[in-house]
Design a binder for this molecule. Structure first.
Ligand code: F6R
Length: 245
């Protein structure tokens, strides 16, 4: 596992976007796994600038997002489809037909999403954020390491954390459809971004803790190609000293 310490959000985004650029330029038909939430926003902003400067093209790129709330359609401003269109897809030269987000059609047969990922050749690079409770995707504590895409219940702590994006807590969906831990582990390369003190405990379990389903992120220790980008605050509970970038 490679640990990259950065000073701020902007630096995190620049580092992550540079890694994604490398993947895209090595193979213009790459498959990217994408995340929503606050962590990848500066990455997407940097990718947009790179696209505008003709440093990268998304024309033949395929993307799969990790998750979507159940019960919110794509026109809802809080849906992850809306987020992705707004934060990235509408500003780059990607073909929207090649951007996949688990949706209501997948609810009846969620594993179809994993089949589609496999059909497209598998995910070359999976971008992840990290939940305060150690979730990746919406795989909450206790999720099986063997899980594929499925319908999941969000925990109280996740609902609480996501209330900031909604008018009030009662509006936050309690269920989502999420790629599973196995779906994530199938990616060839993983890039996780975590910032702030409230992620420090999860970062400790991800990097130095015991591998346990109580901290779903700890499964990443079993993956051969993981890069973790963190700021000082998120790194504050690590016992070992990792050099800054
Ligand atoms: C989002 C996702 C979640 C978030 C996590 C961190 O698609 O799957 O796991 O990455 O909840 O969210 P932020 O980045 O908002 O702190």
């Amino acid at each position: 596992m490679k640990i990259i310490k950065v000073k701020n959000n902007l630096e995190a985004g620049q580092y992550a976007a540079a890694m994604i650029k490398k993947v895209i330029n090595a193979n213009p038909k790459s498959v990217l796994g994408l995340a929503t939430g606050s962590s990848p926003v500066t990455t997407y902003q940097t990718l947009i600038l790179m696209n505008q400067a003709n440093e990268i093209s998304f024309k033949t790129i395929t993307t799969f997002n990790l998750d979507e709330y159940l019960g919110l359609d794509s026109a809802n401003e809080q849906s992850y489809r809306y987020f992705m269109n707004n934060q990235l897809f509408n500003h780059v030269d990607i073909d929207l037909n090649n951007t996949f987000i688990p949706d209501n059609e997948d609810v009846l047969n969620p594993h179809k999403y994993d089949d589609l990922i496999a059909k497209k050749g598998g995910i070359d690079l999976q971008l992840l954020g990290l939940g305060i409770n150690g979730h990746i995707g919406f795989n909450e504590p206790g999720t099986s390491f063997e899980s594929l895409t499925s319908i999941v219940d969000l925990t109280e702590s996740t609902i609480e954390a996501n209330t900031r994006f909604f008018a009030d807590k009662s509006q936050v969906p309690t269920k989502a459809i999420s790629m599973g831990l196995k779906s994530i582990m199938n990616a060839k390369q993983i890039l996780l971004i975590a910032k702030g003190e409230n992620k420090a405990e999860a970062i400790f379990h991800l990097v130095e803790g015991k591998i346990t389903s109580k901290w779903p992120c700890s499964i990443l220790q079993n993956h051969a190609n993981v890069t973790v980008i963190i700021d000082e605050a998120a790194a504050s509970k690590l016992q070992e000293n990792y050099d800054s970038k």
